[in-house]
Design a protein around this ligand. Structure first.
Ligand SMILES: *[C@@H]1O[C@H](CO)[C@@H](O)[C@H](O)[C@H]1NC(C)=O
Length: 231
């Protein structure tokens, strides 16, 4: 029987707001309607909430110094692209995207939201079933892993980096997909790391093993936990 391993649940929410780097340059005073402030949202399901927010923002800006709107992206990376290309101005992303947002898309974090703590860090927690408790991290090899999502900070970047840096997970670079995906697939028997990006999603241990998006029952922290329990 597969042992399901749940990697990296987090206890606290950690989101980062990014804008295109251009928005950071010494800003001359903006005249009315000078700038469109499109909020990029990462799924169409967020549109009603975003529309509500736009009304609030407009109410807070009686001078109408910006034109607010919601721009629907196909996922976090698509939103980064849109902001970088000037099609949107601002977006909210998981902390795990900081590096990609800044190095690949030249975005800058402008606000950090920390929920429930006064420090700028939170803990990733990995969970295993007690009856199959591994002797050490190396014995996770060949097991099944559940992640909050592909590219997420606590569910992906931090645990993978830890396993690689401690020479537990070998880095595999030979195949067509990115190194992190190949390395994970080499190390674990099956994994669930959902994402709306079809080319990145790892679905072999998800609820839907052929197509796992943010709609998958095993997506996000609660989903990863569920994936562990529903073995
Ligand atoms: C998995 O997702 C695909 C694409 O959305 C869908 O066609 C298929 O029916 C799903 N399979 C299950 C078992 O839900």
């Amino acid at each position: 029987m597969d042992t399901k391993i749940l990697l990296a649940m987090v206890m606290l929410l950690f989101v980062v707001l990014f804008v295109g780097a251009k928005a950071q340059s010494a800003a001359p005073p903006v005249s009315p309607h000078d700038e469109d402030w499109g909020w990029c949202i990462t799924s169409a399901g967020d549109k009603p909430v975003c529309d509500e927010m736009i009304k609030i923002l407009e109410g807070l800006d009686p001078e109408k110094s910006h034109k607010y709107s919601c721009v629907v992206g196909e996922g976090p990376e698509d939103c980064m692209k849109k902001i970088s290309a000037g099609e949107a101005k601002i977006g909210v992303f998981d902390g795990g995207n900081i590096r990609k947002a800044s190095s690949k898309y030249q975005l800058k974090p402008v606000r950090l939201e920390i929920t429930g703590t006064s420090t700028d860090k939170y803990y990733s927690v990995g969970i295993v079933k007690s009856r199959n408790c591994p002797r050490n991290l190396g014995s996770l090899r060949g097991k099944r892993s559940c992640h909050s999502g592909y590219g997420r900070s606590a569910g992906w970047t931090i645990p993978l980096t830890f396993l690689v840096n401690n020479n537990i997970m070998p880095v595999i670079t030979s195949g067509p997909s990115s190194n992190d995906i190949q390395s994970l697939k080499y190390f674990f028997l099956k994994s669930c790391a959902p994402t709306n990006d079809n080319t990145k999603a790892i679905c072999s241990a998800c609820k839907n093993t052929t197509r796992c998006t943010q709609e998958d029952e095993y997506y996000d922290y609660h989903g990863a936990f569920r994936g562990l329990v529903e073995d």
